[in-house]
Write a protein that binds this ligand. Structure first.
Ligand SMILES: [Zn+2]
Length: 338
């Protein structure tokens, strides 16, 4: 089997890798219908997050179960399944509270930019669809695996409710699906911070009501202007830099909520500013597993079309071009077909 392996900054190779096999009785092997490149894959690709050794890449997946271990009970061979980037038992206390990405048995699921993937804790991790979906449904179902689940968590963690005034920092695929999620949750106003024409258009299509191209202090001032000097009720931070985090906190009204789902790189918060900001902070790796059943249903019922974030479709063997296109911001998100 050939799959994507990152060797170092900008050095992504599509090369021979060991074919995954069942190693624990709770594993399942999934033949992928599609996979994709994540914004978080760009951190190690750009060398901002160093890697110790050549690393198989990819953690977003859906496809047909090819084989299950002897202890797997609910997941069956031949089912179409979607799972999250953290395997979880879905039974421990953290899972029961809805934080499957902090599961006591969690394991990162890596190496999904390949034709086959071994998924640990299959019964807890994988969610089957009622039937094998049509080809047209695959991009939107794949999106539930991580990028929509993360946008949904961002909106949930920021306490978005009917009538909420929302601001979204970041116009990557997660930010755009944060807009879609906030719209689904009944937000009254959704301000997207974006300076890219194509992304602004998609944000508007997903439900954004205002576009703010300014960043940093200027961006904060624009949010204040748009909210009569008050600030937004809910701000979704979908980038992970110091600037984006401060932009989020300073755009939020006292008593409001900031969620942060961009993997932080070099973010430090000053206690005193945080103290006087009076905001709620909640974020982290999205417990995408919590939302999978609901999001799969929304997609299959045709209520949402998150697959629109994939604006570049490539055969899997051209995965390196997918990274380049996203790195250079030529593409929002690349979907890969094994
Ligand atoms: Zn658990």
């Amino acid at each position: 089997m050939r799959g994507a392996v990152l060797y170092g900054p900008k050095d992504l190779r599509f090369e021979e890798r060991e074919t995954p096999a069942i190693t624990k009785p709770t594993d399942a092997i999934v033949r992928l219908a599609a996979t994709c490149v994540c914004g978080s894959d760009l951190w190690p690709y750009r060398g901002i997050q160093p890697i110790a050794e050549p690393t198989p890449m990819g953690h977003e997946y859906c496809g047909i179960v090819e084989e299950v271990g002897s202890a797997v009970r609910t997941v069956k061979q031949g089912q179409f399944v979607i799972g999250s980037f953290f395997a979880s038992d879905n039974t421990c206390p953290h899972c029961n509270f809805g934080y499957q990405s902090s599961c006591q048995q969690r394991e990162f699921v890596g190496g999904a930019q390949a034709p086959l993937l071994c998924v640990p804790l299959a019964d807890g991790t994988l969610v089957p669809t009622p039937e094998v979906p049509s080809k047209e449904m695959i991009p939107s179902l794949l999106a539930t695996s991580d990028v929509l689940g993360t946008g949904w968590f961002a909106a949930t963690a920021a306490n978005v409710k009917p009538g909420t005034i929302v601001a979204v920092v970041g116009d990557g695929a997660v930010g755009l699906l944060g807009v879609l999620s906030a719209k689904q949750m009944g937000a009254e106003r959704i301000i997207t911070m974006s300076r890219h024409d194509k992304r602004q258009k998609l944000a508007l299509e997903f439900g954004a009501t205002d576009i703010v191209p300014e960043r940093g202090d200027e961006g904060v001032a624009r949010i204040k202007d748009l909210t009569k000097g008050v600030g937004a009720d809910a701000v979704l931070e979908c980038v992970g830099t110091q600037e984006s985090m401060m932009q989020a906190i300073r755009s939020t009204r006292p008593g409001g909520y900031v969620s942060y789902v961009g993997v932080p790189h070099g973010v430090g918060l000053k206690g005193e500013e945080l103290f006087f900001s009076h905001v709620h902070l909640h974020g982290g790796p999205a417990p995408a597993r919590r939302f999978l059943p609901k999001l799969i249903k929304l997609v299959l019922d045709g209520k949402v079309n998150p697959g629109k974030v994939f604006d570049l479709t490539l055969p899997l063997d051209q995965v390196a071009e997918g990274y380049r296109a996203m790195d250079e911001r030529r593409a929002i998100k690349a979907i890969l077909q094994p």
